[in-house]
Ligand binder design. Structure first.
Ligand SMILES: [Zn+2]
Length: 260
């Protein structure tokens, strides 16, 4: 019974994904309104907008997704697929909690993380990088192990989110391992993939907590490359921009091939 219920859920999820892919082929490429709404395309791709005021974004708590008190926005399509994934997960693991710690972060939010790490106000592995890594290029590379430059984060797009704990070790035993193993096996059927897997040739370190809604994020990735990469960071400034900006396309594109 468990197996047939699980198979039925996977079938439904696959059908839903097939419909999304068809919609994507038929409409999204020719209808920027559906992808970007009222926001200019490059502003959206750089995260230069307010998700709370964008008509395609929802507060995930309103769909019953747990956030431990945080206010988290995602694209409605991603949030709805995530509610289906979480329901399926809880049906297999009723005693394990799954929640979000981060969703959409705009340019300003990402800049506050980046600038804080650059200036030393936000320690990295217990170190103030302005003191421990004075060389600008090396400091940028240290921050880039886990944090994006503003304008290059997949979190800008409303398709990506972080779950439970931002520590790979948490996902190697106990409930974290149950969650991670289930996601690796089942998340693709709901449209989700893990962009930052282990064993890639470069880019960010492994992030077992970061997942992406592929039916939309692969379009935004392509558009980021087509419309933003050559001119990045455009008129935008942030700490260390001159030492780091050329690395942006490498970090954006060095992802799990299943997410491309
Ligand atoms: Zn993340």
């Amino acid at each position: 019974m468990v197996r047939s219920g699980r198979r039925r859920r996977l079938l439904v999820a696959h059908l839903f994904l097939a419909v999304l892919v068809l919609l994507d082929c038929d409409e999204n490429h020719s209808e920027p309104d559906q992808l970007y709404g009222p926001t200019p395309i490059s502003d959206y791709l750089l995260g230069d907008f307010e998700p709370a005021r964008h008509p395609s974004f929802v507060n995930v708590s309103e769909l019953g997704i747990r956030t431990m008190g945080r206010t988290i926005y995602l694209r409605a399509e991603a949030a709805e697929a995530l509610t289906r994934l979480i329901a399926a997960f809880h049906s297999d693991h009723p005693d394990v909690d799954l929640w979000l710690v981060s969703g959409t972060r705009n340019f300003a939010a990402q800049q506050s993380i980046w600038d804080g790490k650059w200036s030393g106000q936000r320690p990295v592995e217990g170190q103030r990088l302005n003191q421990s890594v004075p060389d600008p290029r090396q400091r940028a590379l240290k921050i880039l192990e886990y944090s994006s430059m503003p304008g290059t984060s997949r979190h800008h797009w409303g398709t990506d989110f972080d779950i439970n704990l931002l520590q790979n070790d948490y996902y190697r035993r106990g409930p974290g391992l149950e969650i991670y193993e289930w996601l690796v096996e089942n998340a693709p059927a709901f449209g989700f993939c893990q962009p930052y897997t282990s064993g890639r040739s470069g880019g960010y370190q492994e992030e077992r907590w970061h997942w992406s809604f592929l039916p939309l994020s692969r379009i935004y990735l392509q558009d980021w490359n087509d419309r933003v990469a050559a001119d990045y960071p455009g008129r935008h400034r942030f700490a260390g921009v001159d030492a780091a900006a050329d690395l942006a396309p490498v970090y954006v594109n060095t992802i799990n091939s299943d997410c491309q």
